[in-house]
Design a protein around this ligand. Sequence first.
Ligand code: ZN
Length: 172
Amino acid sequence: MTIRTILTEPNKLLRKISESVERVGAEEKKLMDDMLDTMYEAPGIGLAAIQIGVPKRIIVIDISRDENKKEPRYFVNPIIKNKNEEKSIYEEGCLSVPEQFAEIERPNSCEVQYLDYDGKKQVLRAEGLLATCIQHEMDHLEGILFIDYLSKLKRSMIIKKLSKIKINREIL
Ligand code: ZN
């Protein structure tokens, strides 16, 4: 397993729409292993393949936040079947938008259909943080970041800040 570099905004790849996976083979499994390692190392609770530069519809999630009781979840080609009308608000962050947080409103539960690590079809009813996390990660597959839900002004301030950080990093 390999820790991969996480792309950060602004980066055109993060805006790319990811492509469906035809079958879950050895290459996809290796990618999922790398994604999980990269996510744990960061640390984060979710990661989409495009965040490490691979435009495939794959996400990994572990909301357990428990070193000793890891609960990794793998979603290939996830599709949301049902969304609850009721909304909940979480303060979201993103490994591709470092050190920025904002309150985002999303449906508080959803049903998601996907292929698991072994390529088997699954359906999951998710609530609370898991539902929010799935929706956040699935947005990445469409090239959407959580800051896109903010006002134009707020978003451009964040991107400006991140660009500065990036430039500084390159100078040093
Ligand atoms: Zn994210």
